[in-house]
Each structure stands twice: as C-alpha cells, then as structure tokens.
Ligand binder design. Structure first.
Ligand code: GLP
Length: 244
C-alpha cells in the first residue's frame, strides 16, 4: 500500500495495532506484538502514545518482543535498542514491565545459545506473535537478518553487514564504534507472526523495496521471504514505492 506521506501511513498502522489491542482486550486475551527499532516506526510509536494519553488506549494486556539488539550493548547506552524503545514507547504507556522483552546485549559466550532458545520459547509460551512490525535495511535485512540468513533461522547471534554498520555509523559517531554483532529474531521467528507490516519511507529505500517485492525470493535479500507470508503488507510512502 502506497500512501502520499509517511505520517498518514504511520497513523493507519497505529490504528491497526490499537484495534488489535482493543479486540484482544474485549476477549480478555493477551496481545503479542513484535516490535522494531530504527527511524521508520518512530511515528507509529508516537501515535500509539498519543492514543494512550488522549484516548485511554491501555497496554495492560500487551506483551512485546523486540526484534534485535546490538552485541555487545549495555541497556543504558544511548545507542541501545533498549534505550530507544523506552524513550519512544515504553516510558509513556501503561505496559507492565515484565511484559517487555528486548534481546539482552550483555549476554556472552556459552550463555548465548541458551538465551536465544529461551527467547523463542517465551514467544511460543504467549501463543506466538499476533502482529510483527518491521523496517527494512539497505541490505534487505529484517531485524538484523543479513544476506545469507536462512529461511528457517531462529533467534541467534549474527555478524552485521558492512553496509549496515556504515548506515549505523552516524548515531555511533563513527563506524569504529558500531558493534560488529547483534542478536536478532530469525526469519522463521518473523514468519511465524500471524500478521506482518513492513514500513518503508523515502527514496533511499526505493531500490531495496523493489528488489524485495518484485525480485526472486533469495537469502541474498532476506526480506524477499516475506513474499510467501499469507498476511503481510508493505506500507510505503511515494518515495519508497517509486520504483515499483
Ligand atoms: C536497523 C534495525 C532494523 C531496521 C533498520 C532500518 O538495522 N535493526 O530493524 O529496520 O535499521 O532502519 P530505519 O528504519 O532507520 O531505516
């Protein structure tokens, strides 16, 4: 779906999420959201916060799982995805603290495998992801599933692509400070979501959006795997959709 601008599009996506939360609330059920970081979802989060403050949208029945985190990364580091999520969403809504899951960037060595398996297990314990929000990286990554990621991959440690590190460099004040690794949900984890919405804004996403939507399904562009999902929508602005 191509919108005239990212603001209108973000409001639509926030409305879909709010409708899902309310529907689950009425049925006395938990709403399990997979959440993304990066600049693309910021306006969606802002709108959800507004709905909480002005319309009484409650997040008391919401459980969240974030896609990824840099490794190594301390929670209170300004570049952490933990910090990002709290700054843009969690600090401003009524979600119970224990319902928030963000991969732990301090995990090391032989704890990693166990940690990743436990992350997957926890998602399953809540009945799986009802909704997964995604952005897309220039390499075609979703979460941090870089080119080469397997269709059946689960939560794991990944080595970041050079292009991804270049793109992250400004916020780290130089590429030398960008971590080389990350923990990310896998392609299979993302695919397991009942509903997926990928956001793409601006001309600089146009090329990767075209490859993702119209290109051959391949691990070279991991986001192409989404072509096979039964309930996935790409929400774009005119810039990102300009090459389709
Ligand atoms: C990072 C995140 C991705 C995100 C991507 C694009 O790599 N791990 O989840 O989709 O950035 O970011 P932006 O939305 O700022 O373009």
């Amino acid at each position: 779906v191509i919108f005239d601008d990212s603001n209108t599009a973000s409001i639509k996506v926030a409305e879909e999420i709010a409708t899902l939360i309310r529907k689950k609330q009425k049925a006395d059920k938990t709403c399990v959201l997979g959440l993304a970081t990066g600049s693309s979802p910021i306006r969606v989060y802002e709108e959800l916060v507004r709905m909480h403050k002005e319309e009484g949208l409650s997040f008391s029945n919401v459980v969240t799982f974030n896609l990824d985190e840099y490794l190594p990364m301390e929670k209170d580091n300004r570049q952490s995805y933990w910090y990002f999520m709290h700054e843009h969403l969690f600090n401003h809504i009524d979600i119970p603290k224990e319902n928030v899951h963000i991969p732990d960037g301090t995990i090391t060595g032989d704890q990693v495998l166990e940690y990743c398996l436990a992350y997957e297990k926890r998602i399953r314990e809540f009945g799986g992801l009802d909704f997964q929000l995604l952005g897309i990286g220039r390499t075609g990554h979703i979460g941090f599933n870089e080119p080469g990621s397997h269709y059946n991959s689960g939560t794991r440690v990944i080595t970041l692509d050079h292009i991804t590190r270049v793109d992250a460099a400004p916020s780290f004040l130089g590429i030398d400070h960008v971590p080389r690794k990350a923990i990310t949900m896998g392609i299979a984890t993302v695919r397991s979501a009942k509903r997926i919405v990928l956001l793409g804004w601006g001309q600089n996403k146009a090329e990767i959006i075209k490859k993702t939507v119209e290109g051959e399904i391949s691990s070279h562009v991991p986001a192409t795997y989404l072509q096979q999902h039964k309930n996935c929508t790409f929400v774009l602005d005119t810039g990102a959709g300009s090459e389709l």
